[in-house]
Design a protein around this ligand. Structure first.
Ligand SMILES: Nc1ncnc2c1ncn2[C@@H]1O[C@H](COP(=O)(O)OP(=O)(O)OP(=O)(O)O)[C@@H](O)[C@H]1O
Length: 464
């Protein structure tokens, strides 16, 4: 199918540059070792399990199934030894004999004990928070713990509070989903119906739009954490299986730096989600500060456990992260390629069709807060949260979050409303007052309030 005006007769995967064919080689792995690799965005790497058993961040590889990786840094781990066939060019590859997987498996068994206990008493399972600096392996640990829980037929909820990398939704968002089907070996969390119908098993996430890159940047973080905690708690009240399995919260490295030993955002997450177990990765200092802080807590105890950071964790520079985000956004609209191809609609809209609210930069001058200000203003000191904007060329190549709120709602209602989906502004014609809009769903533009933030950044090549 081709899209009018787009000349998109091919799927995104067909437009990828493919590597010059390289002959496949065999890689034998001894028990408890892992093959670490980095595949570039342009030259895919294909891995096939020839014999034995192997997994990527806890998700098992099917025998003789080719898995293709682009823009991926990961490891194939084996508990009992295996033989792999590897085809393509890796940017980096090596076999590591020292891994943290035994550590992570022990953490999983501890969580299983808590889940059994929760099921016996019809109580809530482990409420886990993962913290640590950037690239310390938080998301990888969240995937391993989730995959292992799924293997035990549990249905844990996973909550992503890291806007730098989306989970089942584009970057810039916070999301939560009760997972019941296996994770995708190639894509991690897999795809979600928030963008459109998908032939592979999908998970319906709860999504809120944050619209900035760092939780420390503005003052939207805390209210949205509170909102997400409410949504997750009410979901768990209705869903017994997920309640017993508990949840795992992945966070951004920025909240783990702290200011003078104070970790305001971590404390806020622990309080709002009633977290009872914190895994700390890659920072002795954070571990010590949090252990001290929560040692003599009067309310329900919070156990702080330090886990080793994997030697395989790769520092990802801004250029890589940008490419990763752009590929996540592309997948959101066009699918992941292979069986999961989506066909978004490109339509025209009048300027007056869209109700756009731009997130205002937070004022650091909290002294400007005047008691008695209404809720639209108090969150941002003396300034409102959003400013209603008339489309300009500034909108070109940006992503807008379509909320479930009406444009006439109070600003805090818009802030707290979940996201139906995202649209992309492909073109702005100021003279004709028209926009060309890419949307996952066909039909008229919704009149709901739409939010524009400063993150993720523009995606100029999205339609190419
Ligand atoms: N054992 C490993 N072998 C190879 N690569 C790994 C391994 N563990 C993690 N990585 C890779 O290292 C990078 C950083 O890991 P991860 O995303 O889990 O860290 P993070 O703490 O969640 O990062 P951030 O703070 O940026 O969200 C990722 O690309 C991940 O896939």
């Amino acid at each position: 199918m081709s899209l009018p005006g787009l000349n998109l007769a091919t799927t995104p995967s067909q437009t990828q540059v493919t590597a010059a064919p390289t002959s496949a080689h065999k890689q034998e792995l001894a028990a408890n070792t892992e093959y670490r690799f980095e595949a570039s965005f342009t030259h895919p790497l294909t891995i096939k399990l020839l014999s034995g058993t192997a997994e990527i961040f806890g998700s098992e590889l099917g025998p003789l199934t080719p898995y293709t990786f682009r823009g991926t840094k990961a490891a194939v781990y084996t508990w009992n030894g295996c033989s792999l066939e590897i085809e393509g060019t890796a940017e980096s590859e090596y076999v590591a004999e020292e891994t943290t997987m035994m550590n992570y498996a022990n953490a999983h068994f501890a969580l299983e004990g808590m889940r059994d206990e929760a099921a016996k008493n019809n109580d809530s399972g482990p409420r886990v928070l993962i913290v640590g600096p950037e690239n310390s392996g938080k998301t990888s640990l969240a995937k391993v713990l989730t995959s292992y829980a799924l293997k035990m037929d549990r249905q844990p909820m996973v909550v992503n509070l890291d806007p730098r990398e989306g989970m089942l939704s584009p970057p810039g968002s916070f999301s939560a989903a009760a997972l019941s089907s296996i994770l995708d070996v190639e894509k991690g969390w897999g795809s979600s119906p928030i963008s459109g119908p998908s032939p592979v098993p999908v998970k319906m996430p709860i999504v809120y739009h944050y619209g900035m890159s760092s939780p420390e940047e503005g003052k939207l973080f805390k209210p949205l954490v509170t909102r997400m905690a409410l949504a997750v708690t009410s979901r768990l009240e209705k869903d017994v299986a997920s309640r017993h399995a508990g949840f795992i919260i992945d966070t951004s490295g920025a909240i783990s730096h702290g200011k003078g030993g104070i970790y305001e955002n971590i404390d806020h997450i622990i309080a709002e989600f009633s977290v009872n177990l914190v895994f700390v990765l890659g920072s002795e200092r954070l571990n010590s500060d949090l252990t001290r802080k929560y040692a003599n807590r009067k309310e329900e105890p919070v156990v702080v456990i330090k886990l080793d950071k994997s030697g395989g964790c790769v520092d990802r520079d801004e250029a890589y992260m940008k490419k990763l985000r752009q590929s996540q956004i592309k997948s959101y609209f066009f699918g992941d390629g292979g069986e999961n191809v989506l066909y978004p609609t490109l339509t025209f809209a009048d300027f007056t069709d869209l109700n756009i609210f731009q997130i205002q930069q937070a004022s650091n001058d909290t002294s400007a807060f005047r008691p008695g200000d209404d809720d639209d203003e108090d969150v941002y000191g003396s300034r409102p949260i959003y400013e209603k904007m008339t489309p300009t060329t500034l909108l070109q190549n940006t992503l807008l979050a379509v909320t479930t709120a009406s444009p006439n709602d109070r600003q805090d209602v818009i802030r707290d409303s979940s996201i139906k989906g995202y649209i992309f502004i492909a073109e702005v014609d100021e003279a004709k007052q028209k926009l060309r809009v890419l949307s996952p769903q066909p039909g008229r533009m919704p009149s709901n309030a739409m939010v524009m933030g400063s993150f993720p950044e523009d995606v100029p090549g999205l339609l190419e």
